[in-house]
Design a protein around this ligand. Structure first.
Ligand code: FES
Length: 634
């Protein structure tokens, strides 16, 4: 079979492919990740590339304008390769396009650092997943002639009684004799908590105890956030958030599970997530001049499917009745076994999940906001592609999951971006002339709209009568309201001369529909969970709102569009990425890890789809704010 050489820019990666291969699958095969919200179905229009050279055949579609055709722009998923070719992935189609600098993200996350009690310093004892101990061993003599290994254990036991049940693998034992003598009996032992035992993960010559670092990750369906932490002094050295490269295979967990069943599908999905994480680790250690060997452990959280794919465990049974995952409580393993590049003997631990659709990210979130120890009732709503809701207090915890889609994370909407520099995060519209005022993250020129911006925008459009309760744009005569070819009508938020991209930033009726479905999924899941426990919202003392959709969500706007119930404003607490915050606590404290284990075992999973009222509740929430308007009266 004839093969063609294809080169991708700007990655400069090349691959040989068979005739008739799609550009999207050629790109994935050589590690070039293209935004592909619809998983290659040709409907999202996000996978645009320019074919610089070569013969390709494409299928007709409405996502490519005449002007784009002239510029040789194609949809990667609908275009096949029929000669050697050179292909450029457009910036907005690249999944690494929106990397945040450490400074920007961390400054923002500090602003939203949760006020929840468990996040205060010192709540859990400082005892990281991996610690380093400097040891000066007495050299052996005829009188003190115990073996090298016993000598090492004896010295550790003298330092701390917890170290009496220590284990060590054969690889370290093999090099022990020579290492101790070459180091003049002065070594540093890295001790890892490996399930219920302590393991000597690593032995180094001399005193390296000041250099001990760990990574924590929140692996979201759309976004992966990670932090590099100094395990010695608990300092967060850097934070990154990037798109999960698995987005090349579709936007939700179900599409990914289906893909995992295709030939090499599981391996490709696994490689996509580990590539994303390894790049983040590499960038962070380079920025902070840290040797990879001094990164000794990684702690990950994520929904159950994300954790299965990270570990390359087949997720098939997650979506097959009776919806049982392979593992909720995954034992600590070597990071290298999962393809994560840190010290080759470093450890990887995953936060325990609850069920197929309520994962470790809910456990971490509950740990972080302290819901598990509250006297009064509270709700945690984590707004993500896979939205998770937990209700309870110190006596009980119940949780469910809602498939919200990635719209609030800036994906699958025309001008959506994550909450990063240049994202429109607050919007006001004046009545009459529909003049728009907005502010952006970092006060930069706008380049798109993030979740909090969309919430404000829809609330503003409702207030000035630009849209009706179903989200349809009214026929107003304004230069900002116009017809858009495929997506119904649209409203211009920022004209091209104001924007960084040089294109108008708009919200279309199709975007509003997407956002409406996302908010309906979250609200109806919350309402059904509350009802399932024979409660109503008035019994709730606090609502913790988590997610990476913006740092400054306006509660009034979120209530106005029907994303949140109309409760006293003081009951709402925005806690940012609580899954990452909880995971960081576990990385730094074994006590927190034990608590997370307890929380995961305590949560009762509630399957929304079996509730006879769920569909009606969801349909009723497909209006702004809801069909039952009485619920929004204070
Ligand atoms: Fe190509 Fe959606 S249109 S991936």
């Amino acid at each position: 079979m004839e093969k063609f050489k294809v080169k991708f820019y700007p990655d400069n990666k090349a691959i040989e492919v068979k005739n008739d291969t799609t550009i999207l699958s050629a790109a994935i095969s050589c590690g070039v990740y293209i935004n592909s919200v619809c998983g290659g179905d040709g409907v999202c229009g996000k996978c645009k590339v320019i074919v610089r050279n070569g013969t390709v055949i494409t299928q007709p579609n409405g996502a490519i304008s005449l002007e784009e055709k002239r510029q040789h722009i194609y949809l990667a998923c609908l275009t096949t390769i029929h000669s050697d070719a050179e292909i450029e992935v457009l910036p907005e189609s690249r999944l690494d396009f929106e990397k945040l600098s450490t400074q920007e993200f961390y400054t923002k996350s500090e602003e939203i650092e949760p006020a929840a009690p468990s996040l205060k310093e010192g709540v859990f004892a400082h005892s990281p997943l991996a610690t380093k101990e400097y040891l000066e061993l007495p050299p052996p003599s005829l009188e003190d002639n115990i073996s090298d290994l016993e000598r090492l254990y004896r010295q550790l036991g003298r330092l701390h009684k917890d170290y009496t049940a220590t284990q060590m693998g054969l690889a370290n034992i093999k090099q022990l004799g020579e290492l101790l003598r070459d180091s003049d009996w002065k070594v540093t032992a890295t001790l890892g908590k490996r399930n219920e035992t302590t393991e000597i993960v690593l032995l180094e010559s001399g005193n390296t105890s000041a250099k001990n670092f760990g990574m924590c990750f929140d692996i979201g369906t759309t976004t992966i956030s990670g932090q590099l932490v100094d395990l010695k002094n608990k300092k967060v050295l850097g934070t990154k958030a990037v798109y999960n490269k698995q987005a090349s295979f579709g936007s939700d967990v179900i599409t990914r599970i289906i893909y995992a069943n295709e030939e090499d599908g599981l391996e490709k999905l696994h490689n996509a997530v580990t590539d994303t994480m390894n790049e983040m680790i590499k960038e962070l250690i380079t920025e902070h001049k840290i040797d990879l060997n001094n990164v000794t452990c990684v702690l990950c959280t994520g929904n159950t499917t994300m954790v299965h794919l990270l570990l390359s465990v087949d997720p098939t049974f997650i979506r097959r009745e009776p919806y049982v995952p392979t593992a909720n409580f995954v034992p600590t393993i070597r990071a290298a076994e999962a393809g994560i590049n840190i010290n080759p003997r470093g450890l990887l631990s995953c936060v325990p999940g609850v069920s197929s659709y309520v994962g470790g990210d809910t456990t971490s979130g509950i740990l972080s906001c302290g819901l598990y120890k509250e006297e009064e009732l509270g709700i945690l709503i984590d707004i993500g592609t896979n939205g998770e809701i937990a209700l309870g207090n110190k006596d009980f915890l119940v949780a469910c999951a809602a498939s919200a889609g990635p719209a609030f994370e800036g994906s699958g909407v025309t001008c959506g971006v994550r909450a990063s520099r240049g994202a429109i995060q607050k919007v006001k519209i004046s009545s009459g002339d529909f003049k728009v005022t907005y502010n952006t993250i970092g006060d930069a020129k706008p380049r798109g709209i993030c979740g909090s911006g969309y919430i404000d925008l829809i609330a503003g459009m409702l207030s000035v009568g630009l849209i009706d309760k179903s989200g349809k744009l009214k026929a107003e005569s304004s230069k900002r309201v116009r017809d858009s070819s495929e997506n119904g009508r649209e409203f211009v938020v920022a004209f091209k001369d104001e924007t960084e991209t040089g294109s108008d930033i708009v919200i279309t009726e199709a975007d509003i529909e997407n956002l409406k479905r996302a908010k309906a999924a979250i609200y109806s899941a919350t309402a059904i969970l509350v009802k399932h426990m024979n409660l109503d919202f008035s019994a709730i003392n606090k609502i913790f709102i988590a997610g990476g959709f913006g740092t400054s969500v306006d509660i009034d706007s979120a209530v106005k569009i029907g994303l949140l119930p109309n409760l006293e404003r003081s009951k709402f607490v925005f806690i940012g990425n609580s899954a990452l915050a909880g995971t960081r606590q576990m990385l730094l404290s074994y006590e927190a890890t034990r608590k997370a284990d307890e929380i995961a075992r305590k949560i009762t999973y509630f399957e929304l789809s079996v509730d006879p009222g769920y569909m009606d509740e969801y349909m009723a929430a497909l209006f702004f704010p809801h069909t039952d308007i009485k619920r929004w009266a204070m």
